[in-house]
Design a binder for this molecule. Structure first.
Ligand SMILES: C[S@@+](CC[C@H](N)C(=O)[O-])C[C@H]1O[C@@H](n2cnc3c(N)ncnc32)[C@H](O)[C@@H]1O
Length: 200
């Protein structure tokens, strides 16, 4: 199983939301691509962060394409059902757990509610084919994935994200990855202490 959990690197996702919401506000459909989403905690965490900050009608316009190479073919069912063991939810504030999840009877599992689930759609996709499943995204989230690639692959992947983004669209990567010099002309960094970039 891929390593991930709810509210991972929440500081970055909160900072991202502060920059992202004003940018995406006017869009009829707010398009987000979470590339390398594992079994869903990351796209669902960002969906919760947006739900906490957006009004009802704006939130209804959010569409998150969650993709992963998913070699075992297991992530689609998990993400569609939105059922997770309590261990993966342990870092969430109790009020968020209570607000967006309900306990599955006779188990230690919790199901994320329909309002959040309806914003996230899973598709299998291998990032290294350099074929995004759609275009004109307002945001690409790609965290704790680039480290698995060679530097040459990272450069091609980041260029691919750049072309999949709408004008002014945003990209967020893991803290440990520097933007390769070959891609510096494509983005400007929005936050000093988070890898949040905006398409130039
Ligand atoms: C450590 S998990 C990161 C999950 C999530 N992004 C997070 O930060 O919590 C890495 C994920 O990248 C996926 N992955 C690795 N290579 C990939 C590729 N070429 N295309 C798509 N997904 C890939 C793995 O299947 C795994 O689910």
């Amino acid at each position: 199983m891929a390593f991930t959990f709810f509210f991972r690197d929440i500081h970055t996702l909160e900072q991202l939301a502060s920059q992202f919401i004003p940018y995406a506000e006017g869009a009829a459909k707010i398009k987000i691509w979470d590339a390398g989403c594992a079994m869903g905690p990351e796209p669902y965490t960002f969906a919760i962060v947006l739900a906490e900050r957006m009004g009802y009608f704006q939130y209804k316009r959010v569409a998150i394409d969650a993709t992963d190479i998913d070699e075992q073919d297991t992530f689609c069912k998990i993400i569609e059902e939105g059922i997770y063991p309590i261990g993966e939810l342990a870092r969430m504030p109790p009020n968020i757990l209570e607000k967006y999840f309900s306990r599955v009877a006779d188990s230690e599992n919790y199901q994320i509610n329909e309002m959040i689930r309806s914003r996230v759609k899973f598709t299998k996709n291998d990032i290294l084919t350099l074929n995004p499943i759609d275009s004109n995204y307002h945001l690409v989230i790609c965290k704790n994935v680039l480290l698995h690639f060679t530097q040459e692959q990272r450069i091609e992947v980041i260029k691919m994200y750049h072309s999949a983004l709408a004008p002014g669209g945003m990209l967020v990567t893991e803290q440990t990855q520097k933007l390769p010099a070959e891609c510096e002309h494509l983005f400007t960094q929005l936050a000093n202490d988070a890898n949040v970039f905006q398409k130039l």
